[in-house]
Structure formats: structure tokens, C-alpha cells
Design a binder for this molecule. Structure first.
Ligand SMILES: [Zn+2]
Length: 73
């Protein structure tokens, strides 16, 4: 079957191992790094507990980093 090429999904981020990471849980994962994905902006990579590398658009993270009110103590 043909698998359509999907854009980076919104939250929560599901790993192929079955773990699902919410936006607030994402910063707790070990960071791998970031890379610039052209017009899509920066992509942030982190390692899941299973060892797989997950990717999230940095633009989806910015609001949490800037304004963590009520989510991160
Ligand atoms: Zn995983």
C-alpha cells in the first residue's frame, strides 16, 4: 500500500515502541540536537526510552519554552 508522506504530527508525539509523549513530557527526554529543515524551520531531536530518535518541529516547542506557566514548576 502507498503511505502518504505526512507532515510532522502535532502533539502528542507517538513513538513506534508504543510510548506517547506529550508536549510537557518532551523536555524530559535526552536531547540529541537540532537541525534546520529548510522552510519548515528547526527540528528538535530527542531520544525515546526505547532508544529511537524522535523529531519535533522547534516551532511547536517554543510556546512551552517561553511560557511554561502552570506546566513546569
Ligand atoms: Zn520509543
Amino acid at each position: 500500500m502507498d503511505a502518504p508522506k505526512l507532515p510532522i504530527p502535532a502533539w502528542p508525539k507517538a513513538c513506534r515502541c508504543g510510548e506517547v509523549w506529550s508536549r510537557s513530557e518532551w523536555p524530559e527526554l535526552p536531547p540529541v540536537g537540532r537541525y534546520l529543515a529548510g522552510a519548515d524551520g528547526w527540528i528538535e531531536l530527542r531520544t525515546c526510552v526505547c532508544g529511537a530518535t524522535l523529531a519535533v518541529a522547534a516551532s511547536d516547542l517554543a510556546p512551552l519554552e517561553v511560557c511554561p506557566s502552570g506546566i513546569v514548576s
